[in-house]
Design a protein around this ligand. Structure first.
Ligand code: S3P
Length: 449
């Protein structure tokens, strides 16, 4: 397992850089493209490991996925009813999105499948998809969760749906705003006899709705309610031609790094700015960071922009409510922003962070304290007191969580000596070129052999 050593910043971070393609949109393009009738083109694809897990799973069920170039794929779909039984378990790696979306899709298939994942993924709760899928007739078994008696984890054994039976209608009010749950329910709904109606407490990322609609699925949305009614629909998804925008969740690490580092100014090009994802930009602005967002039209049915962030004096923020699902993956790096702001930043309503790739509330509290930042861990968030002056050089364990590893790397730029971040292979799940990108902006990072 690779460690990295990050050195204190000796000059401002400057420059313009690209970021990897949006991981969420990448999963959907691969998965939905594999179900289409025809050949889809996926351009600007950056091969993060999570997306590769989805590609492998769909290929194992008959989709023909071909490399056209380093950044372009073609996907020949099987049609909605053409998937074949895979020869073995489908390995979702570290990717919760792969596992939960596949659970929805496979629940409707006439064959049996087993979903497995790495150690981290096998600790994550799966009842949030298993429960509503069972409620519409799916056959799914999971392993009892080690600490949550009502929950299950992977491996998930799914189906087969007995011959001549179908999933039924479903009206589901999700207790959490979750695009993974929403997408699993909608995918199962494509095969169901009856209407699917999904409501969430506030709108989670809506890439699934946008893409399925563009492919001809009988879907409509009203605020946080989405309805899918297959009556009269021919069961055909049209192939797509999509140029995936840059991932705002990856961009956030670079924008925050610039915002907290004296004299810095960083531009990230071609970033997706779907409003269900841009909570972090609002937080940056609220906390006083220099930020310019120049709209650059649409890509693949999603708005894109060029975003520049620069250093200014930062003030503490209050982060809670509906913005949290729109910044859910960015809360770790927002903690780094808070660590360099004046005053106490309070993050609430973020209990979902406890069930991400690690318990991100607990892990961030450990990381912040290792750097000498004063903070309290709360059941649903953190209170972080901004730290004046250099941070303490630290030795930090990423806990195998890519976003923790990258947040620690950004904090380490402000330490008074080198910081070792352990277990950084996980960074490749979402941002394979993270180290090179930070170096290109002026950071000094060693990857010891
Ligand atoms: C994702 C949804 C979010 C997010 C995850 C990716 C997606 O999870 O945290 O990284 O692509 O649908 P939830 O849907 O569980 O909030």
């Amino acid at each position: 397992m690779t460690d990295i050593v990050v050195h204190p910043l000796r000059r401002p971070l400057t420059g313009g850089v690209p970021v990897p393609s949006d991981k969420s949109i990448g999963h959907r393009a691969l998965l939905f493209g594999a179900l289409a009738n025809g050949v889809s083109r996926i351009r600007g694809f950056s091969r993060g490991e999570d997306n590769v897990s989805t590609a492998r799973a769909m290929a194992a069920m008959g989709a023909e996925i071909t490399d056209v170039s380093e950044t372009e794929l073609s996907v020949k779909g099987t049609g909605l009813f053409g998937l074949r039984e895979p020869e073995g378990p489908l390995d979702c790696g570290n990717s919760g999105t792969t596992m939960r979306l596949l659970a929805g899709l496979l629940a409707a298939q006439p064959f049996k499948t087993t979903l497995i994942g790495d150690e981290t993924l096998c600790r994550r709760p799966m009842m949030r998809v298993v429960g509503p899928l069972r409620a519409r007739g799916a056959i799914i078994e999971g392993k009892p969760h080690p600490s949550k008696p009502d929950n299950v984890t992977a491996p998930l054994v799914i189906g087969p749906l007995p011959e001549g039976t179908h999933l039924g209608e479903l009206e589901y009010e999700s207790p959490v705003a979750s695009a993974q749950v929403k997408s699993a329910i909608l995918l199962s709904g494509l095969y169901a006899h009856g209407v699917t109606r999904f409501r969430e407490p506030s709108l989670s990322r809506d890439h699934t709705e946008r893409m399925l609609l563009a492919m001809g699925a009988p879907l409509r949305t009203v605020g946080p309610v989405v309805e899918l009614d297959p009556a009269g629909w021919k069961g055909v998804l049209e192939p797509i031609d999509v140029d995936i925008p840059g991932d705002v969740s990856a961009a956030a690490f670079l924008l925050v790094a610039a915002a907290i580092s004296e004299g810095s100014r960083v531009t990230v090009r071609g970033v997706g700015t779907n409003p269900t994802r841009t909570g972090v930009l609002e937080i940056l602005r609220d906390m006083g960071a220099g930020l310019e967002i120049v709209a650059r039209g649409e890509q693949g049915g999603e708005p894109v922009a060029e975003i520049t962030a620069w250093h200014t004096t930062l003030r503490a923020g209050r982060i809670g409510g509906e913005i949290v699902p729109r910044a859910i993956d960015e809360i770790p790096i927002v903690c780094a922003l808070a660590a360099r702001a004046e005053g106490e930043t309070v993050i609430t309503d973020a209990e979902e962070l406890r069930v991400k790739e690690s318990d991100r509330i607990a892990t961030m509290a450990v990381v912040l304290r290792a750097f000498g930042v004063d903070c309290d861990e709360r059941p649903d968030g953190l209170a972080i007191r901004g730290h004046k002056g250099a941070l303490r050089p630290a030795e930090v364990d990423s806990k195998g969580d890519h976003r923790i590893a990258m947040t620690a790397a950004v904090l380490a730029l402000h330490a008074s000596g080198p910081t070792r971040i352990k277990d950084c292979d996980c960074i490749a799940t979402s941002f394979p070129r993270f180290v090179g990108t930070l170096r290109a902006l002026g950071a000094e990072i060693d990857v010891p052999a």
